[in-house]
Write a new protein. Structure first.
Length: 103
């Protein structure tokens, strides 16, 4: 969230990847989720920041699957809401994960 350096996805966008976004801001000194779409692509840098515990606003929970972070839950914690994305696919050509709200 706001304490994470902006990260851009590498390479060329592949047809069929979700175009959703998640935007955050600061309000009254607290992180705030402004918009969170149900499907999006999340950069590897943001996932690694959560995996290493480098942000109090994000966490990554591994669900027993192996092979990188696919299957893990990325949780975003803000003053107004919490959002959870399951990492469903690794896209190496752009160094990002497809994230979807779990059902």
């Amino acid at each position: 969230m706001m304490d994470v350096e902006p990260a851009e996805l590498a390479g060329r966008w592949l047809y069929g990847l979700p175009a959703g976004i998640c935007t955050t801001s600061w309000r009254n000194g607290q992180a705030w989720i402004d918009q969170a779409d149900p499907r999006l692509v999340i950069s590897a840098e943001i996932v690694e920041t959560a995996a290493l515990g480098m942000s109090p606003y994000m966490s990554l929970t591994v669900t027993g699957q192996t092979g990188g972070h696919v299957g893990a839950l990325l949780k975003l914690h803000a003053a107004n809401r919490q959002v959870v994305y399951r990492l469903t696919e690794w896209v190496p050509s752009i160094r990002g994960y497809v994230g979807e709200w779990p059902e």
